[in-house]
Design a protein around this ligand. Structure first.
Ligand code: MN
Length: 182
């Protein structure tokens, strides 16, 4: 058995019950621009699962209010377990009784490019990157606001940086303007 499976992800799911992908095909050695994906997830509370491909897995954050193009909007992003790369295309229903039960749609997808070394960014708690998605574009930053030592699920803020894509929330709310699946 490959040892690089994200075990917490698998441990939390019963694959006889959920149609979510199990992962474990091995994402190493992939040579392409890394992908990002945002899944809109109607679980007990609606949230957006923001996922960045790093080293063959999807680093993941749950963003309760979703992203905003307004640099003044600092959106809470709760770090959650890495997901397997195959999760990027998952849409459907997670059955009742399973972790995250509810409907999942792929709300945005595309390529992402880190500014600098993403491993440094993740470790230091400031990850800056460009998104080239169908809905999201331009430069964004994730800033960790609680230290790893104090919480098993660190909190981050997802913030739009000032660039040509930035827009005030009063002018454009991507969540209500673009509610549907890609
Ligand atoms: Mn979720």
């Amino acid at each position: 058995m490959p040892s690089d499976k994200p075990k917490p992800y698998r441990a939390k799911r019963d694959f006889r019950k959920t149609r979510e992908p199990g992962g474990g095909k091995g994402g190493r050695g992939r040579k392409h621009e890394p992908i990002f994906i945002i899944q809109k997830h109607r679980a007990s509370t609606l949230h957006y699962d923001f996922r960045l491909e790093v080293d063959g897995v999807l680093k993941s954050w749950a963003v309760p209010k979703g992203p905003s193009f307004d640099p003044r909007e600092k959106r809470l992003a709760v770090e959650v377990e890495d997901h397997p790369i195959e999760y990027a295309t998952f849409e459907g229903s997670i059955p009742e009784g399973e972790d995250g039960a509810g409907e999942v749609i792929v709300w945005d997808r595309g390529r992402w490019e880190p500014v600098g070394d993403p491993h440094d960014g993740l470790r230091k708690g400031k990850l800056e990157f460009d998104l080239d998605g169908e809905k999201l574009h331009g430069r964004w930053v994730l800033v960790r606001i609680h230290s790893r030592e104090r919480s098993s699920k660190p909190n981050w803020l997802l913030i739009k940086q000032h660039d040509d894509f930035a827009r005030p929330l009063t002018e454009y709310d991507v969540e209500t303007a673009e509610p549907r699946s890609v």
